[in-house]
Design a protein around this ligand. Structure first.
Ligand SMILES: C[S@@+](CC[C@H](N)C(=O)[O-])C[C@H]1O[C@@H](n2cnc3c(N)ncnc32)[C@H](O)[C@@H]1O
Length: 272
């Protein structure tokens, strides 16, 4: 069944997307979490927790903090709950809600954690302002987002670049922005946060890191591109032969001996 959320969320909620989110979280776990931990007794609102791929690490890294993790997809939340239960973690409460209409009081949390969410919002500043209402004065926000314009690879063929650009364009037509990483500073500033600090986090992958080739390039990035095939063809962004060759060429970045893949995420922190 196609729901309103499927239409508004470019990656959808398939089993393959669920697997991709877990692979993505695993391969960039250190980039996201190595410098994030929360004090004893603090309350953190995780917005758009999805299948709990970040929730697990957040809760494990800060066992004496309490997490309120929300998403508007019931199916994703069911998977997140199951994961947290299996890992015997008890410091997470899940809430099924839209971030724009949260059943939470104003100024009730100490920290906000937002990962791979802003890129999907039509107006990320309104999203940040809405979330900020629930943050106590002096509380912090951590945002982690990618930027598909930061991606380059070897070998680079024009077909591979065309297929990659379909991902950016399809997301744009959904009203979202996959080039959002570079905009974190202005977005957080426009949302009234102070002490904003943005750190680029680059992932460079070659033959010497076979696990990352497998988990990030093969299982995260290429499936993400493959996920917009139907939309790319139906929108006439690319023809099927070029698409096929583009995907094959993207795979060469992780199968060729000299294949290389580079991508930069951006992590922003700030205070209300
Ligand atoms: C790319 S996933 C990221 C999930 C998780 N943060 C992670 O990094 O693995 C984005 C999630 O945001 C959720 N989402 C998007 N818009 C939302 C909204 N307005 N309210 C609640 N959840 C939303 C989607 O359902 C999806 O689970």
């Amino acid at each position: 069944m196609t729901t309103d959320q499927d239409i508004r969320y470019v990656h959808g909620y398939s089993a393959r997307e669920t697997e991709r989110l877990y692979d993505q979280a695993g391969s960039v776990k250190d980039l996201i979490h190595s410098d994030t931990a929360y004090p004893v007794g603090s309350v953190i609102l995780e917005a758009g927790c999805g299948v709990g791929a970040q929730t697990l690490t957040l809760a494990q890294n800060s066992p004496a903090a309490k997490f309120i993790s929300i998403d508007w997809s019931e199916d994703s939340l069911a998977l997140a709950r199951d994961l947290i239960h299996r890992k015997q973690i008890s410091n997470v409460d899940f809430i099924h809600a839209d971030i724009f209409d949260l059943p939470l009081d104003e100024k009730c949390v100490d920290h906000l954690f937002v990962c791979h969410l802003l890129e999907h919002l039509v107006d990320p500043v309104v999203g940040l302002l809405t979330l900020q209402k629930h943050l106590k004065k002096g509380g912090s926000i951590t945002v982690f987002e990618g930027d598909h314009g930061s991606c380059y690879f070897h070998p680079e063929t024009k077909e591979a670049v065309q297929a990659w650009n379909c991902l950016i364009e399809v997301q744009k037509r959904f009203g979202a922005n996959s080039l959002i990483g570079r905009e974190l500073f202005p977005l957080m500033k426009a949302s009234g946060f102070r002490n904003i600090r943005i750190v680029p986090k680059m992932l460079y992958i070659d033959q010497s890191s076979p696990e990352l080739r497998e988990s990030f390039v093969k299982k995260t990035i290429i499936p993400m591109v493959e996920g917009v095939k139907a939309q790319s063809l139906s929108l006439g962004l690319i023809d099927e032969g070029i698409w096929q060759k583009g995907i094959e060429d993207l795979h060469r970045t992780q199968t060729d001996e000299g294949g290389v893949f580079c991508y930069t995420f951006f992590k922003g922190t700030a205070i209300r």
